[in-house]
Design a protein around this ligand. Structure first.
Ligand code: NDP
Length: 484
């Protein structure tokens, strides 16, 4: 087989790729080294800004197979008939660390699924936890600053982490999950995924329902202790995923939903749009609706996983957002982040490109035409007088959402919510030994915090469950001698 000829990126054949051009064997380089300049200039631009959160991740392609029609609840085209298959891309991630941090931090895990449906991409940009640390997006930058490295030492700083939590009782539920035995997953394959937010579903009759998505790992939950995690190779979870898919051991998740009618949501005993809370299974049972399988590794990590651009605003007809304040803010923040990080035309990159026709009047911007030729000579404005060009269609309008209270425009605090009961419910599920390990893990960080931070945390724990506070108090004081 003959080798193809090396070329520049403009396609011109290259004669020598080992030696730069110089004025004599020992002389300086000359300006006609354009091939060298291209190599160095491209090399300098090989990185795009890494994600501020969820920087370290791994992704793979797969298939979502619907086992039960959701047509009574939604007109979403990929949720209509049992047996329907939809291609997906899933990116797992840790949250706090940079690109080259360990896969085995005690940290939530991102679980972001892009469904390539025939009516556009639906991105469910979730986590491995059903709840989150906050329920108002105003807090998000402060929260992330407090959990990341100390700005002076560039080292993890448990005192700052707990100082944030002591000022935000709404974090207690997620903090309990994070500090529990499930805080350090063994691999990407052994975690559950949750859409976490409440989303809307609307059917062909224009009736709206509220939904929560759950992806239960078929591999079983597996986690590591702090000691086990410390001895793992930093990229171990990525290796595990790549190897499993390469050997045909395709990981899968059973997909379930909880659904509430709009009417039931109005009288639900908890705020159904508060991201710090689950919908108790007893009140909203899980319904199995399908299976998600990963079956193809990426060919090029940068092009696919690094440039994968998820956005909760990627919704399809039949699925809507909800009044969840965190989701509302993510509708703008994620697209904005992708425009900054990858570029305004990120949806033209193959991993992000819809697998259905794209018809719009957007034009130009950096890298326009990567895959779509910038829509050639076609008309670039709407409305226009052409009969065959894209036009909106009212059939895709989501039903209007009524406001259920006198809608005063002002900052509304959610702090009259009960932030403690569900943390306590989870605590009470744990076996005695798990409670001890939880207390020890919390104490390991809390002992670095100021006394006033410790006191506030203990007050919150007391409200969740007096035994929870008691165990943590004893662990902070002695860091040993725990009882069952
Ligand atoms: P249930 O008894 O019906 O459900 C308990 C849930 O807890 C199960 O989904 C189980 O997940 C999960 N779980 C068990 N151990 C842990 C752990 N160490 N970390 C995180 N989750 C765990 O009770 P409720 O629905 O009333 O919920 C009680 C508490 O369970 C909640 O306050 C919440 O903290 C937690 N939870 C609830 C979920 C929900 O959607 N209702 C989802 C996940 C957690 P699995 O089946 O995977 O073992």
């Amino acid at each position: 087989m003959t080798k193809s000829v090396l070329t520049t990126s403009a396609g011109a054949p290259v004669a020598d790729d080992n030696n730069s051009i110089s004025a004599g064997a020992r002389g300086p380089l000359t300006f006609d080294n354009f091939q060298l300049f291209e190599k160095l200039a491209h090399f300098s631009r090989e990185r795009i800004p890494e994600r501020v959160v969820h920087a370290r991740g791994a992704g793979a392609y797969g298939t979502f197979t619907l086992s039960k029609s959701l047509s009574p609840y939604t007109r979403a085209s990929f949720l209509q008939s049992a047996g329907q298959k939809t291609d997906i891309f899933l990116r797992f991630s840790t949250v706090g660390g940079g690109q080259d941090s360990s896969d085995f931090a005690r940290d939530p895990r991102g679980f972001a699924v892009k469904f390539y449906t025939d009516e556009g991409n639906f991105d469910l940009v979730g986590n491995n936890t059903p709840v989150f640390f906050l329920n108002d997006p105003m807090k998000f930058p402060d929260f992330v600053h407090s959990q990341k490295k100390n700005p002076k030492t560039n080292l993890p700083d448990p005192a700052r982490i707990f100082e944030y939590w002591a000022n935000h009782p709404q974090s207690l539920h997620q903090m309990t999950i994070l500090m529990s035995d499930r805080g350090i997953p063994r691999s990407w394959r052994h975690i559950n995924g949750y859409g976490s937010h409440t989303f809307g579903l609307w059917n062909a009759e224009g009736e709206r329902y509220w939904v929560k998505w759950h992806f239960k790992t078929d591999q079983g939950i597996q986690c590591l202790s702090n000691e086990e995690a410390a001895s793992m190779p930093p990229q171990g979870a990525q290796q595990d995923l790549v190897d499993a898919i390469d050997r045909g051991d395709f990981p899968s998740w059973t997909v379930k939903v909880q659904i509430l009618t709009e009417k039931a949501a109005r009288t639900f005993p908890i705020n159904p749009f508060d991201l710090t809370k689950v919908w108790p299974h007893e009140l909203a049972p899980l319904q199995e609706i399908g299976r998600l399988e990963l079956n193809r590794n990426v060919e090029n990590y940068f092009a696919e996983t690094e440039q994968a651009s998820f956005a909760p605003s990627n919704l399809v007809p039949g699925i809507s957002a909800s009044p969840d304040k965190m989701l509302q803010a993510r509708l703008i923040a994620y697209q904005d982040a992708q425009r900054y990080r990858v570029g305004v035309n990120h949806n033209q990159i193959p991993v992000n490109a819809p697998r259905c026709p794209v018809n719009h009047y957007q034009r130009d911007g950096a890298m326009a035409g990567t895959t779509a030729e910038n829509q050639g000579s076609g008309i670039n404005f709407y409305p226009n007088d052409a009969s065959d060009l894209p036009a909106p269609s009212a059939e895709f309008a989501a039903p209007p959402l009524p406001l259920l209270e006198e809608a005063w425009v002002k900052p509304h605090s959610q702090d009259d919510e009960d932030y403690f009961e569900q943390a306590g419910n989870l605590y009470r599920i744990f076996a005695a030994k798990e409670k001890d390990r939880l207390a020890k893990t919390i104490a390991g960080g809390l002992c670095h915090a100021e006394a006033s931070v410790q006191e506030r945390m203990l007050i919150y724990l007391e409200k969740a469950d007096p035994d929870y506070a008691d165990r943590v108090r004893r662990a902070v004081n002695g860091l040993t001698t725990l009882s069952g």
